[in-house]
Design a protein around this ligand. Structure first.
Ligand code: BT5
Length: 340
């Protein structure tokens, strides 16, 4: 796995309690709230309150300041900022720490660097824009700024390398559940790592890990999900991709969808760590769109045609090939195409 510490902008930490409390007070106040009232509630000085207001403005919150009246929230940022996400969710580990970037090369890259520096299990790196978003085998991941969900989760479950695909599976299941609950859409999983609606791709997962001998130190699960974006403007993917807004016909709140995703993934991850992967697998398999389908499996130097017989709990796909035999296909770097 590539290491190398990239130069990163200072992230905004979700754990900044003064900022969160200031926001909460301003949000819950029907009109203006005075600086004095905020200062008293937080036991900080008036100038410290002003600093919090300036930081919130930098985060994209539009806040009116009127002398003699105080502060009033005018509008929320259309951003997946750490504060907004952390505001509404309680989780065991996933999303307890959130690092937000307006723009970065790749959230997976930042996540790996942060993980090497000791970031906690469940830490999330989220960005509005990636300047070099990646799919598998260094393929491009396209996403205009501020429209979609681009995030990576650091997992430290203390597992063996052969179990890492379980993290991809539980994450994709969490994404499917969140799409269902927040957008009312039924999405499916195209083995090994794609999220589909109908026959079009709406999301992809890139899982990478760092292991020593037979123990995974950390894994990074990167999730790219098309939300309020029209792939029609991108000739490379126009015919193969869709987005949640296109499918549902309405704009979707990215913050609320990220919250739902992190909550679902956290619940599944907790079950996984307690040894309950079998029950996750049953649900994952029910969302799979490939079982029983005629497919072509493409790996770097081979093509294999057949019908998908089943997928095993370890993620291995069993392909019924044309001469009647069965082949085991491991998830590695293979792609799967449906036959006409
Ligand atoms: C994937 O790879 O589908 C995994 C994509 C993971 C992206 C996330 S974003 C957050 C994190 N940070 C990163 O840098 N990456 C992760 P793969 O199976 O190799 O599919 C890549 C292919 O999908 C490309 O070659 C295009 O054909 C297609 N594609 C690119 N952008 C797309 C999009 N926005 N929607 C649908 N398909 C897309």
């Amino acid at each position: 796995m590539p290491d190398g510490f990239e130069k990163m902008p200072m992230p905004k930490l979700a754990g900044n309690t003064h900022l969160k409390k200031t926001l909460r007070l301003i949000k819950s106040s029907p009109g203006y709230i005075s600086g004095e009232e905020i200062a008293r509630a937080l036991r900080i000085s008036r100038s410290a309150v002003w600093k919090q207001i300036c930081r919130l403005r930098q985060e994209g919150f539009s806040i009116d300041a009127r002398s003699g009246a105080g502060y009033r929230l005018l509008s929320l940022p259309d951003k997946v900022s750490a504060y907004e996400i952390a505001e509404g969710i309680e989780t065991v580990s996933v999303g307890r720490e959130i690092f937000y970037y307006a723009s970065t090369e790749s959230t997976n890259k930042v996540a790996k660097t942060r993980a090497l520096n000791g970031a906690a299990d469940g830490s999330v790196i989220i960005a509005e824009e990636q300047t070099r978003g990646r799919g598998r085998l260094d393929r491009n991941w396209l996403s205009p700024p501020g429209k979609n969900i681009l995030l990576s989760i650091i997992f430290r479950p203390g597992i063996q390398p052969r179990e890492v695909f379980s993290l991809t599976m539980l994450s994709s299941l969490g994404v499917i559940k969140a799409i269902e609950s927040r957008c009312g859409l039924s999405a499916s999983i195209k083995w090994p790592n794609d999220i589909y609606i109908g026959h079009l791709k709406t999301g992809g997962i890139l899982t990478e890990f760092n292991a020593e001998q037979d123990r995974v130190d950390f894994a990074v699960v990167g999730i790219g999900l098309n939300v309020n974006f029209d792939p029609a403007g991108y000739p490379e993917i126009a015919g193969i991709a869709t987005s949640l807004s296109r499918e549902s016909g309405k704009e979707i709140s990215r913050v609320s969808l990220v919250q739902a995703m992190l909550k679902e993934i956290d619940t599944l991850y907790t079950v996984f760590k307690r040894g309950g992967f079998s029950q996750i697998f049953v649900q994952w398999k029910a969302c799979s769109m490939v079982i029983g389908k005629a497919v072509t499996v493409i790996s770097q130097n081979r093509m294999e045609h057949g019908v998908v017989d089943s997928i095993r709990e370890d993620g291995c796909l069993i392909l019924q090939v044309e001469n009647g035999g069965r082949k085991q296909i491991f998830s590695g770097d293979v792609s799967l195409r449906f036959q006409e």
